[in-house]
Design a protein around this ligand. Structure first.
Ligand code: F0G
Length: 455
């Protein structure tokens, strides 16, 4: 019999989970006005809201915290981080920031964006917002069937559409962003072939290429596993090949650097790096700490050393694939292949009795909480507002090194209970919402009561 893929770590410190009853959760969810962001984390049994900043640091990372050098300028911690990042990415200039969106904001402040466009395989929402605030416009160019075609690299950019947009916007393209993995497209991976083809077109068009690299290790693992001819290439070489195509990278270190807070901006060009440093000093801090404590820089350096462990990435992807298959077998509709960092459910397809304006994603997310205390995240009409052809997704993101296989089995069992009553899940109505980013604080209610769930 095939042996199970095990968690390649032992547990040294534990955090208790409070177990709630269905009746308690019914009251808690009503108090939270059916908005999962309004719940207290301690009232959640398995928290799959995000994989960002929610990972568990290793013993070596905690040791690195003690080595942190808190000097204002030129701290040893910075040079240790610089060395690791230069080796990993080949980028000369390495600037820490307090998280990913700060790196994006600085890039968008120093590169002229007014009246310009940014082309992408899929901009994350903070990246898009930073581009728009700077006066630019973001255009996503994924394959039209990216979420339904079930190709191994559904995160790729559509090259024909890229050619068309490079010609159409000639002279007014600020840069191209490749997001790896493509979080807005079901977290799907991007092939090295696609990255290189995009880079070649950017070079010919003299347009800089930016890598949004927050899940670079998970993407590298998928290239090694599923891209023809890559099986024997070491993960570090694949990661380097991904960074080699880019002129700049931004990165939320809260994902694949496995720290709870932090970000990075990497730049090849010396003149751009100088402009970035001026803005960094103004808004984040001196370039050798960039809004973080020295100990954070050391933890980040150590996390970047650990994340390309093939056993860790194999275990992580195996857990996501297992959960995706189990949910699909139960009758839920899953974006395939699963992302390494999350399972994305297609609530619109699983709850066909609800229209997009009935917020099927929010209904499904609330049901997962009521049934088993799971916290997931709607990525559909509640988050983005109405949109032609928008899919109504629910993301169950898996924190790094936090949950075991029995937790994943529990999530599967809860989903099975919800799948059984999916045709009875109610429409959701918005009672009040702010004008921007409404999903964080909207108050909602179900149009009819949710079905009862057993403990
Ligand atoms: N880019 C991508 C692809 C992301 O997924 C995120 C964050 C960011 C940039 C911004 O990084 O949060 O450190 O400022 N994604 C989180 C998520 C919030 O839940 O997917 P940040």
């Amino acid at each position: 019999m095939a042996r199970p893929v095990i968690e390649p770590f032992r547990i040294k410190v534990v955090e208790p989970i409070k177990i709630t009853t269905p009746a308690e959760r019914r009251a808690l969810l009503a108090d939270a006005r059916y908005n999962l962001f309004s719940l207290r984390a301690e009232d959640v049994i398995i928290d799959l809201l995000t994989d960002s900043g929610t990972g568990a640091m290793s013993a070596e990372q905690w040791s690195a915290v003690m080595r942190g050098d808190e000097s204002y300028a030129g701290a040893k911690s910075y040079f240790r981080l610089q060395e690791v990042v230069r080796e990993l990415t080949g980028m000369e200039h390495v600037l820490p920031t307090h998280q990913g969106r700060a790196a994006e904001r600085i890039l968008c402040a120093v590169v002229p964006l007014r009246g310009k466009v940014v082309l992408s395989n899929g901009l994350f929402d903070t990246t898009r917002a930073n581009i728009e605030v700077a006066g630019g416009a973001g255009i996503d160019l994924p394959a039209a069937d990216a979420l339904t075609a079930h190709r191994p690299f559904g995160g790729d950019m559509d090259l024909a559409r890229l050619d068309e947009h490079l010609a159409r916007h000639e002279g007014s393209i600020a840069f191209v962003v490749m997001t790896v993995t493509n979080n807005t497209m079901g977290g799907q991976a991007v092939s090295l072939g696609n990255l290189r083809a995009v880079a070649e077109r950017c070079r010919r068009a003299r347009v800089p290429l930016v890598l949004d690299a927050c899940r670079f290790a998970e993407n590298a693992y998928r290239i090694q596993r599923d891209e023809p001819g890559m099986r024997d290439t070491p993960l570090s070489e694949i990661a380097r090949a991904m960074f080699d195509v880019a002129d700049v990278f931004t990165m939320s270190a809260k994902k694949d650097a496995i720290v709870n807070m932090g970000g990075l901006l990497g730049v090849r060009d010396g003149a751009l790096a100088e402009a970035v440093k001026v803005n960094l000093i103004l808004t984040e801090g001196f370039p050798t700490y960039g809004g973080l404590a020295g100990r954070d820089l050391d933890a980040m350096a150590q996390g970047l050393r650990e994340v390309l462990d093939p056993h860790y990435l194999e275990y992580r992807y195996a857990a996501a694939r297992y959960l995706a298959k189990r949910m699909e077998d139960d009758g839920l509709v899953v974006v395939q292949p699963a992302a390494a960092h999350a399972v994305y459910l297609d609530a619109g397809a699983a709850l066909p009795h609800l229209a997009p304006s009935d917020l099927p994603g929010q209904s499904l997310a609330c049901a997962l909480y009521l049934a088993g205390g799971l916290r997931s995240c709607e990525i559909g009409e509640l988050m983005f507002g109405p949109g032609e052809g928008r899919r109504q997704l629910v993301r169950l993101a898996i924190p790094r090194r936090v949950y075991t296989q029995s937790h994943i089995d529990y999530v599967g069992a809860v989903a099975e209970d919800v799948a059984r009553v999916r045709h009875q899940l109610p429409a959701m109505r918005i009672l009040s919402a702010p004008a921007h980013l409404r999903h964080f604080s909207a108050a909602l209610e179900p149009a009819t009561p949710f079905p009862e769930f057993d403990a």
